[in-house]
Design a protein. Structure first.
Length: 86
């Protein structure tokens, strides 16, 4: 059975994944239009969203935790726009 990860740890890991997506080097060939690069960025951002997906629905989540989750969703969307469309 997998180990349960606390909400605070999930938030930290999600932020790290978003930063990892931002830190990916843009390939010289085709730049931001490189399909492999796009897939890597999308995968990292999806992993970040998946980590925090159910935190808002848990009864033990405080209002502060829910606010942090909302901020991470916004950060992931903003990173997607900046990395791939910016």
């Amino acid at each position: 059975m997998s180990k349960l990860i606390p909400a605070a740890e999930r938030i930290v890991r999600a932020r790290a994944l978003i930063q990892q997506a931002r830190d990916l080097p843009v390939p010289a060939e085709n730049g931001r239009n490189n399909f492999s690069y796009i897939a890597q960025v999308k995968a990292l951002l999806r992993q970040a969203r998946d980590l925090i997906k159910f935190i808002r629905q848990t009864p033990s989540a405080t209002a502060e935790i829910k606010d942090e989750v909302n901020k991470i969703y916004q950060q992931a969307d903003q990173a997607d726009r900046e990395i791939l469309h910016g």
